[in-house]
Structures are given as structure tokens and as C-alpha cells.
Design a protein around this ligand. Structure first.
Ligand code: GLV
Ligand code: GLV
Length: 321
């Protein structure tokens, strides 16, 4: 009998087409998030799970699936939604989708940097509400990237791609922090510094690291207090890195100049979030990898990760756990 795979959402067709050749595919074929009870129903008895970052894959889901479950593959680079130690205990290989979304996510990070540094949210509002009086030599001034120091927290694949873009914008210095030095830092002349040094010296601070138990709420009041008052904070990794109440206070009181967030905690961000009342805070709905090309490639890679397991081959992108 052909193995069964459960897909937890409507996804770009590429991956589903590949799976249909070899698997019996069942799917939550909708654009809304699968309810937890439907997830439990869907995984029952399947051999493979194709999931998203919005699915919580915990012990209950694994138990409900049953011992025949051979692999869990997420259509994302982040994997904090999966209970990795439980997968390891059960010898279930986990697949993910790095690399194919790196350029798209770097582009979106640059979009937020440029938009916040040049105050696009305020500027657009001024056009719309009539407060644009005249061309004004001392109005709507921002701090550009030219000559700036940029601090990247987490110089992984995405951080490195952003650094490459930054060089062409004429930044004078790139510093980075993280658990360890990055072997690619030399390529972009990035200097490894302590987190505190990065906070104190950067004009722009970028969150580009994955979320772990150790860096939850890393960007809190203490961190914002160390930043320059002209600093702009951009986060395109995970909302859990940020204490949002502290960020709100830092932006409101002028401790930092602006923020651009593609990720929040929770997602979606409630529409009554105080962050949305601030003209110097630009919030996007987690669209870092949202290009046709990247999402199609992510769907395909997730399918190829699954297929490899059943062909007894190396997964193209297996998480090292
Ligand atoms: C997006 O946030 C991802 O993890 O792929
Ligand atoms: C994080 O996953 C990165 O690729 O930088």
C-alpha cells in the first residue's frame, strides 16, 4: 500500500503534485489554520506529516499519529513549534526548509530597514491626512544606511544575506553577536562582538537568529535602554525574541527611534495592540518568505524531504537533532 501523508494546510501546488505520485495525500485544504482537534484527527495513522510553523507538534500529536509515523517535515526554516527532543527520542527525522527562503527573507528585512529608517509609515500618513504642507528642508528627516553601523543578532544564512545587501548601501560597519562566531563573517567584514557592545554601538539592530529557550525576551527594557536613542530595531525572525511591552515603552518614550517587525507574539497581533498606535512602529504580518518563488520552493523542498525518507535516501534538508 502507498504510504499516507497528512498536509496541514493549503500550500503551493508544487509539493502536493510531487507527493501525489507516491503517497495517499490527505490535507486540511483551507487557508485558515487547522484547529488542534482536526490536526489530531488528521495525523492518525499517517506515515508522514507535512506541517507549518503555525502547527504545534507536541507529544500529543505524535502519540495520536502512532508508531508508524516516519517523518515530520515543516515548510519553514524555524522549528520551535516542533517538540524536537520528543522526535529525537522516537527516532523521527525532522525536515525543514532553509536556504530556499533566504533571499526572500533578506529582501523583506531590507524593506523594513529602509522603510523604518526613512520613516515611510509617517510619511505616507502625512500625504493621506494633509499634514504634508510643502517640501520642507527640515521635515521628515531620517537616518539612512549610508555610513551607519549595523548590528546583526544571529549571522546565519539570513543574517549573512542581509549583510551582503547592506554592503551595497554603504554601511560603514557590520557587527554581529550570537552563540559562536560565524565562518562566513569574513565575507562581509562583520565583527563578532558581545550583545551589549552591539546594542550600544549600532544604528540599526536586526534580529536574525532562531528562537530558543535561551533567547526568549532577549530584547527587553534592559536591551532597549542600552541602544542609542537614534537606533532602529528590526525583527524578522520570531516575535518571542522581544518583550513587546518593553518595546512599546522604548518607542513611546523615545528611548529608541523606531521599529520594524515582521513577527510578533502572538500572531496575528491583536488589532488593539498598543504597538499599532505608534507612528514609528511598522508591523507586517509575517511575510518574510512570501514570494511566489520562495513559497513554491519551500513546498517542493518539504515534499522532497518526505519522499527521501521513503526512498531510504538522505533528506535534502534534515534538521540536525
Ligand atoms: C518563517 O518564519 C519560517 O520559519 O520559515
Ligand atoms: C536562520 O534560520 C537563518 O537562516 O539565518
Amino acid at each position: 500500500a502507498r504510504p499516507k501523508v497528512f498536509v496541514t494546510r493549503r500550500v503551493p501546488a508544487r509539493g502536493i503534485d510531487l507527493l501525489k505520485d507516491k503517497f495517499v495525500v490527505s490535507q486540511w485544504d483551507r487557508e485558515d489554520r487547522i484547529p488542534p482537534e482536526e490536526l489530531l484527527r488528521g495525523v492518525k495513522g499517517v506515515d508522514a506529516l507535512f506541517c507549518l510553523l503555525t502547527d504545534k507538534i507536541d507529544k500529543d500529536v505524535l502519540d495520536e499519529a502512532g508508531p508508524q509515523l516516519k517523518t515530520i517535515c515543516t515548510m519553514s526554516v524555524g522549528y520551535e513549534h516542533i517538540d524536537i527532543s520528543e522526535c529525537k527520542k522516537r527516532n523521527i527525522p525532522v525536515g525543514f526548509t532553509p536556504d530556499v527562503l533566504t533571499n526572500a527573507t533578506a529582501e523583506l528585512t531590507m524593506s523594513l530597514l529602509l522603510a523604518t529608517s526613512r520613516r515611510l509609515k509617517e510619511a505616507m500618513t502625512a500625504v493621506e491626512d494633509g499634514s504634508w504642507g510643502t517640501w520642507n528642508p527640515i521635515w521628515m528627516l531620517g537616518h539612512g544606511l549610508d555610513g551607519a553601523t549595523v548590528g546583526i543578532v544571529g549571522l546565519g544564512r539570513i543574517g549573512l544575506a542581509v549583510a551582503k545587501c547592506l554592503l551595497s548601501f554603504g554601511v560603514s560597519r557590520i557587527v554581529y553577536s550570537g552563540n559562536s562566531q560565524s565562518k562566513n563573517a569574513q565575507e562581509v567584514n562583520a565583527e563578532f562582538v558581545s550583545f551589549d557592545y552591539l546594542l550600544e554601538h549600532s544604528d540599526f539592530i536586526l534580529g536574525c537568529c532562531s528562537l530558543t529557550a535561551n533567547n526568549m525576551g532577549l530584547f527587553n527594557a534592559e536591551a532597549f535602554n542600552k541602544m542609542k536613542t537614534s537606533a532602529i530595531f528590526v525583527n524578522t525572525s520570531r516575535g518571542g525574541l522581544v518583550n513587546q511591552d518593553d518595546l512599546y515603552n522604548a518607542l513611546k518614550s523615545g528611548k529608541i527611534a523606531g521599529a520594524g517587525l515582521d513577527v510578533t507574539n502572538p500572531e496575528p497581533l491583536p488589532t488593539d495592540s498598543p504597538l499599532l498606535t505608534l507612528s514609528n512602529c511598522l508591523v507586517l504580518p509575517h511575510i518574510g518568505s512570501a514570494t511566489e518563488k520562495a513559497r513554491s520552493a519551500m513546498s517542493e523542498l518539504t515534499a522532497r524531504n518526505i519522499i527521501a525518507v521513503f526512498d531510504n535516501k538522505e533528506m535534502p534538508s534534515r534538521l540536525n537533532i
